[in-house]
Design a protein around this ligand. Structure first.
Ligand SMILES: C[S@@+](CC[C@H](N)C(=O)[O-])C[C@H]1O[C@@H](n2cnc3c(N)ncnc32)[C@H](O)[C@@H]1O
Length: 481
């Protein structure tokens, strides 16, 4: 058994690590967190070894990829998850025995150091993890700002920060300290105690503003049924070209509209895509946006729809026209002025210009939804796709049908892309990537949709047909559910 340094006052320096080693060696290891106020909570070390994660924790982890820095990995459960996915995790933990536990469990790349006082390679990591409430480990607001800055400096452009925290959102505004609560506590284990240490607790709003101040772009906050929330943020993409080995290009924010208008005028307008990950080809297929026809597989899928149908990303209205001919009453939304104009010129007056990722029309309910040409991926990441599907669920009739195309890419973290045309580049955007068919049908299920049929449109291309399921968490206005 590893030896412990017992300080003069009888406090065991690395009692936390001892708890982990005891569990690893098969001894039952229940410990207490004893707060300054006298409040105590009992924990079992087993939870720091569990390979199982809550659904929203898994969702948060789905952003992690590549070279992963796990700050404060404890016994290394998230590092082991990363290794099982083929990523390269690096851990930094200040507890020597926690580091030993990680190594004995197969996580080799772990350094024993205080993260607030260690040199990390600049702009190196693709993802930074602060799991198990580790957003609070710096013990003060200024310390947390410093920690977020350290993570920022170590992160590559476009990298993700995935940090868990216990949100203090239930504390009334007036009673909440302006920028966080510091809880002083220590570990008590068997007859010993560890040193006092401080942990910071924030409201979601406080943490979000602190992360923003350090340069992070907030992408999402995930909360689930347990007390943990997850802050998902990204480092801005400036400079990512160098990292990806891509040429610097002149930025053209209207590139997409420009290409569409040239294609509409009959000029050949081929569009390239570059970045990180593999965007579905049909996201770049200009002809598919402007073309008048629907493919055989699309015909088969769209034939399942009846009544009022909403299409998101309707392009120049090929599917709307097909559905109208079949007696459906359609509304199509597209973020491109040119695509909507083209639909109108084709006589499809129910196409509207709208940023459908931000808001949906409130003139539901709809009996059908169409998301073709991998448009769901434009929600940016898997939680984004889930939110979008939940919004569709809440504006669907009880028997609504969803037709959604996607491509299997074998990975679950978001990709990054930009359009390139004649040497100029459009702005960067994120797109969701779907690992397997099962993962997509799981995600649909969680958003209230049950996949009833899957059409193959190629080796990796799919069109899913799903039915709206009764979904207890999401009442449908006016539907009496
Ligand atoms: C609450 S545990 C979480 C462990 C793990 N992330 C998990 O979710 O199971 C916090 C971990 O962070 C480590 N830690 C706390 N402050 C640290 C610091 N300043 N630098 C490095 N590690 C730290 C502790 O030693 C401990 O292993």
């Amino acid at each position: 058994m590893a030896k412990q340094a017992v300080l003069a006052c009888g406090v065991v320096d690395d009692l936390w690590g001892q708890v982990l080693i005891d569990h690893l060696e098969g001894r039952s290891a229940q410990y207490r967190l004893v707060f300054d106020s006298g409040y105590e909570v009992v924990f079992d070390a087993a939870e720091h070894f569990s390979p199982y994660f809550q659904p929203h924790e898994l969702e948060a982890l789905s952003f992690a990829h590549g070279r992963i820095l796990d700050i404060g990995p404890g016994a290394g459960r998230h590092m082991l998850w990363a290794l099982s996915k083929g990523f390269r995790p690096t851990g930094v933990d200040r507890s020597p025995l926690a580091v030993e536990a990680c190594r004995r469990r197969g996580c080799e790349d772990v350094t024993c150091a205080d993260i607030l006082n260690v040199e990390l390679p600049p702009a190196h990591f693709d993802s930074v993890l602060l799991m198990g409430n580790n957003m609070g480990l710096a013990g003060s607001v200024d310390g947390t700002a410093h920690l977020l800055r350290i993570a920022f400096e170590a992160a590559a452009p476009g990298a993700w920060l995935i940090g868990s925290f216990v949100a203090m959102d239930h504390v009334p505004d007036g009673e909440r300290p302006e920028r966080g609560v510091v809880a002083r506590h220590r570990i008590a284990y068997r007859s010993q105690v560890g040193p006092l240490f401080d942990w910071t607790f924030f409201s979601t709003e406080q943490l979000v503003s602190l992360a923003r101040e350090q340069g992070w772009q907030i992408r999402r906050v995930l909360s689930g049924t347990d007390i943990q929330s997850y802050l998902i943020a990204a480092k801005p993409l400036q400079g990512i070209e160098a990292l990806l080995g891509l040429p610097e290009r002149e930025l053209d924010c209207d590139l997409w509209e420009g290409v569409l208008s040239r294609a509409w005028l009959g000029e050949v307008a081929d569009l390239e895509i570059e970045g990180f990950g593999s965007p579905p080809r049909d996201l770049v297929d200009v002809d598919a946006v402007l073309g008048p026809g629907v493919s055989d597989a699309e015909t088969a899928a769209l034939s399942r729809l009846r009544g009022r149908v909403l299409e998101l990303g309707c392009g120049a209205g090929a599917a709307l026209s097909f559905l109208t001919d079949r007696g459906c009453s359609v509304i199509g939304l597209d973020s491109s002025d040119l695509a909507v104009g083209a639909a109108h010129m084709r006589g499809i007056s129910r196409a509207r210009r709208a940023d459908w990722l931000d808001s949906l029309p409130d003139d539901g309910p709809f009996a059908g939804f169409v998301l073709l040409h991998s448009r769901a991926a434009l929600a940016g990441d898997l939680p984004g796709v889930r939110l979008l599907l939940e919004r569709l669920h809440s504006t669907g009739t009880p028997d609504a049908v969803l037709v959604m195309s996607y491509e299997i890419s074998g990975v679950s973290f978001p990709g990054l892309a930009r359009y390139v045309h004649e040497g100029r580049a459009g702005p960067w955007w994120y797109f969701a990537q779907f690992e397997t068919d099962e993962a997509v049908s799981d995600l649909m299920e969680r958003a209230g949709w049950r996949c009833v049929e899957l059409l193959n449109t190629g080796p990796t291309g799919r069109i899913a047909i799903a039915r709206r399921a009764v979904h207890a968490g999401l009442p449908v206005p006016g539907m009496g559910e």
